[in-house]
Design a protein around this ligand. Structure first.
Ligand SMILES: NC(=O)C1=CN([C@@H]2O[C@H](COP(=O)(O)OP(=O)(O)OC[C@H]3O[C@@H](n4cnc5c(N)ncnc54)[C@H](O)[C@@H]3O)[C@@H](O)[C@H]2O)[C@@H](O)CC1
Ligand SMILES: Nc1ncnc2c1ncn2[C@@H]1O[C@H](COP(=O)(O)OP(=O)(O)O)[C@@H](O)[C@H]1O
Ligand SMILES: [K+]
Length: 501
């Protein structure tokens, strides 16, 4: 699903109004009907008091239109107009008039008003600011937002939590609504997926207000949210007469004394994601561990007992996963340098492989095009240096990806893959995956897909999706706490199957 910036969203609104020959007010009514339908479905027979806070722009207009629908249906509704300006939008005024025609008089609040009482068991609808926010909320509006946040009411934001910008980091985080649920129109917004701002939106629901699908399809987007149907399209079915040679040979090079489990996990993950053959290349001390731990894999050992070093292999793999658990010995660095310069196979570099690159930045110039780097935020910081906020981080990572022509997978609650200026945001995964070794399984999965012939960008995007889905399926059975990295591998088969459910 596409993610548009503020400008494109406004264009989509305008295009739709023209193309469908409707008024902006009819579009607002669609938005309100969607909000109403969602609320009614969620509330079932319950009839809690609903406190609506409406600004004076179109977000406030949505709120007023919703208030009318709720009142018509017999809900107990209180409407507060957050009266911060006289520059009211036309559709706000129209909906205010309609509400008054229903003999309903909202309460206007401004800097001299008492803050309304908000109780547990009640609902707050936040329609103060939408995507039109252009400066931080200040003074009494900020106090009102804090009052709503401190209340025990259930907070639902209309389109975006009020106070949150779509295109930059918040200047005053205390002046942003913290919603339990955000019902956003038509398309998700980037800020809902970034670590510093995602928490304000809470659970995100998308309300289809019928914006023009052709416009959406032909307009370039800020980012793509990868959901089941997107992932499904990336899947390559297996031919009846395929054999293990069809699905490639993946080399997992990594490990050091005490960290051999990481290679075991990546090797297993590569096999479970469907690679034809896997060889693990490890220091000598890991031989028994690998052979016993995963008899399906082949094992090659470096000369050294405890760490990885240059080793000749007598085949050409279809992909190489380098660096997990590898340490940063000089000999290990030299081996990475050799792999970079020889360009024998597509490379995925993770963990200590990334740390070696960060400490020896001259090596970056040898990165083969379309190599995949899978840093967690700590590794990314070592690679890129400090960033100011999430937007700055994405800009820096994009610039890095373009400069070296590589794919950067920024791991996190919503893992973001950056390739050719594009951002792919993953929708699967859960806090159960915050456990040692889950990144190692991801590396094995992506390298395993590359070896099977998936294009590197697709392998990264699809691999991240499958990895998160496997985590979701594991957590469903086991609960978040009990999930360990091996469970992700165990659920890869079901993750594949779920693509077609
Ligand atoms: N245009 C359309 O066709 C549709 C728009 N919709 C709604 O319209 C919203 C956008 O509406 P608007 O563009 O009117 O903008 P908003 O309703 O977000 O409000 C912007 C108003 O607040 C002022 N403002 C911004 N930041 C402020 C601050 N910190 N302190 C005080 N005042 C501030 C602005 O100057 C402007 O007057 C969307 O989020 C969505 O809810 C929906 O009705 C769907 C259809
Ligand atoms: N809260 C979370 N929600 C979703 N996915 C998560 C969460 N925490 C961690 N993950 C995923 O788990 C993996 C952790 O990787 P990493 O930090 O490299 O761990 P390790 O080095 O222990 O293997 C990443 O793929 C990340 O996206
Ligand atoms: K809002």
């Amino acid at each position: 699903m596409k993610i548009f910036n503020k400008g494109k969203l406004k264009e989509a609104d305008e295009f739709t109004i023209k193309e469908q020959n409707i008024s902006s007010d009819e579009l607002m009514e669609r938005a309100a009907i969607q909000l109403f339908g969602w609320l009614k479905t969620q509330l079932k027979e319950n009839r809690p008091k609903i406190n609506l806070f409406c600004g004076i722009g179109n977000n406030g207009g949505d709120g007023l239109a919703l208030a009318r629908l709720l009142l018509n249906d017999g809900y107990e509704v209180e409407v507060y107009i957050v009266n911060f300006s006289d520059k009211r939008s036309d559709d706000f005024l129209l909906n205010l008039k309609r509400l008054k025609e229903h003999q309903f008089w909202p309460e206007f609040i401004n800097e001299n008003s008492d803050l309304p009482e908000l109780n547990q068991g009640e609902i707050v609808i936040d329609a103060i600011f939408g995507i039109g926010l252009n400066r931080p909320a200040e003074g009494w509006i900020k106090e009102l937002i804090q009052h709503i946040n401190q209340s025990k009411s259930y907070v639902i934001a209309v389109d975006v939590p009020s106070g949150l910008y779509l295109d930059k980091a918040p200047e005053v985080p205390e002046a942003i609504i913290k919603a339990e649920t955000t019902i956003t129109f038509q398309l998700p917004k980037l800020v809902f997926f970034l670590p510093e701002t995602a928490e304000f939106a809470g659970r995100v629901e998308i309300a289809d207000i019928g914006l023009d699908q052709n416009f959406i399809a032909k307009t370039a987007s800020e980012a793509l949210l990868i959901q089941q149907h997107d992932a499904q399209r990336l899947y390559k079915p297996r031919g009846k007469f395929s054999h293990k040679g069809t699905f490639g040979h993946c080399l997992v090079a990594g490990g050091s004394y005490g960290k051999m489990g990481s290679v075991l996990l990546a090797t297993k993950a590569a096999l479970r994601v469907g690679v034809g053959k896997v060889s693990a290349l490890i220091p000598k001390c890991g031989y028994d561990i690998l052979q016993l731990g995963i008899p399906e894999a082949m094992v090659i050992t470096a000369e050294n007992e405890k760490f990885l070093e240059k080793t000749t292999i007598d085949f050409t793999p279809e992909s190489i996963c380098f660096g997990i658990g590898a340490g940063k010995e000089e000999a290990t660095k030299e081996y990475l340098e050799q792999l970079l310069k020889e360009r024998t196979a597509p490379l995925l570099i993770d963990a200590d492989g990334i740390n070696i690159l960060a400490e020896n930045q001259e090596l970056l110039n040898y990165l083969p095009e379309k190599s995949i780097l899978t840093p967690h935020p700590g590794e990314l910081k070592r690679l890129l240096g400090e960033w100011e906020d999430d937007f700055d981080k994405l800009e820096k990572a994009k610039a890095f990806s373009l400069k070296y022509k590589v794919i950067v997978v920024i791991k996190g609650a919503y893992t973001i893959t950056i390739a050719d200026k594009n951002l792919y945001i993953n929708s699967t995964g859960n806090p159960g995956m915050a456990t040692a070794g889950s990144g190692d399984t991801l590396s094995g999965i992506i390298a395993g897909l590359v070896a099977q012939g998936y294009d590197a960008t697709i392998a990264a995007v699809f691999g991240v999706y499958l990895h998160g889905k496997a985590g979701d399926l594991a957590a469903e059975k086991l609960g978040f706490e009990a999930v360990i990295a091996d469970d992700l591998i165990q659920h890869l088969g079901e993750a594949y199957k779920s693509l077609f459910e």
